[in-house]
Ligand binder design. Structure first.
Ligand code: GRG
Length: 319
């Protein structure tokens, strides 16, 4: 592939809008079980590129609500799929993008999330009980966006996250779990939202995170692994939250992301010359947003939503 050049924003918008319509494609098949998250990735990318109006908001909101389970208060990843906190956050994030939280029974959704907190402060992802720091972040982020953080035991939630901190300054999926950039985003994000960042040794964690930059300029998720565009988000957002983002060579990282574009048909892949998908398209554009790339809206590193959307939620009247 030749020179990376600039962000092919128009092509990426076209790729996202048309990917949604290709119902029989390979991509829509692998996306079937996590379509609510796919909607969040695609729609946030459109918003970052100032093109959210390219989709029919009423249609999206109707579809999101068809994934809702009124008896539990949770959302499934697709119509007829079981509820899970991951898709509940994606649904709430999509509704935030369109400023349509009014369609929710906010307390019912908040009670679904609250009911998944365990005695030790951790969170399960659904009724089947898997515990992971991803679910701590997801629950805390969802409840905060709904102005319902007070419904959980925040002190216990924070205590559990801190118990997943490692000697290298990073965080894992559970106590003693290996540090991984994705889990670090979740733990740092949850601590940021709850005002608990003082539990982090910023220099130690910042050092571990900036060592994720590989020779090709891209970031990996843990030592000895290949760079992947998605870590541009997980690592940069964490570095921003602990105020150490200047330890990364932004120019080299931006080049790496831009080199992963399909400049003709749109979309971004995990690394140069691989097949594009909506997940890496989102995290590539989101990474560029965190580096203040021209023409891309700024993002909030903790809520993983455009900054203007987050400001609208927290500056508006409490529901
Ligand atoms: C709202 C942005 C947002 C997220 C919601 C689901 C979630 C919360 C966070 C997931 C964080 C996470 C664990 C990300 C990592 C995803 C990933 C690429 C895992 C791959 O792990 P390996 O071991 O890959 O297959 P490596 O790169 O380590 O070889």
């Amino acid at each position: 592939m030749g020179e990376q050049g600039e962000l092919a924003a128009e092509q990426h918008v076209r790729y996202i809008v048309t990917a949604e319509k290709k119902k029989d494609s390979f991509e829509s098949l692998v996306m079937e079980h996590l379509r609510a998250s796919g909607a969040y990735w695609g729609l946030t990318t459109l918003d970052l590129l100032h093109k959210l109006h390219a989709v029919d908001s009423a249609e999206v909101v109707d579809w999101i609500m068809s994934c809702y389970h009124p008896e539990s208060g949770g959302f499934g990843g697709n119509v007829g799929h079981d509820p899970h906190v991951l898709y509940t956050l994606s649904a709430v994030q999509v509704l935030c993008l369109f400023d349509r939280l009014d369609v929710l029974d906010v307390d019912k959704v908040a009670d679904y999330v609250t009911g998944l907190q365990n005695e030790d402060g951790s969170f399960s992802g659904d009724i089947w009980g898997e515990v992971d720091t991803r679910f701590s972040y997801i629950s805390i982020c969802t409840l905060s966006l709904l102005h319902r953080l007070h419904k959980i035991n925040v002190d216990k939630a924070v205590e559990y996250i801190v118990s997943c901190k490692n000697l290298d300054g990073g965080f894992g999926a559970m106590p003693g779990g290996e540090s991984h950039a994705g889990q670090i985003f979740c733990c740092v994000g949850a601590l940021a939202i709850t005002g608990s960042l003082h539990h982090i040794d910023r220099d130690l964690l910042g050092w571990w995170l900036c060592e994720r930059q590989c020779r090709d300029g891209g970031l990996n998720g843990r030592p000895e692994k290949l760079a992947d565009v998605c870590y541009s988000w997980w690592v940069l957002s964490s570095l921003i939250m602990i105020d150490r983002v200047h330890w990364i060579d932004k120019e080299k990282l931006a080049k790496f992301i831009l080199n992963c574009q399909d400049k003709e048909n749109g979309g971004i892949s995990d690394r140069p010359d691989n097949a594009v998908d909506i997940y890496h398209t989102y995290f590539g554009v989101a990474g560029l947003s965190l580096m203040e790339y021209p023409g891309v809206k700024p993002m909030d590193p903790a809520y993983a939503l455009p900054l203007d959307v987050v400001n609208r939620i927290f500056l508006s009247k409490q529901q």
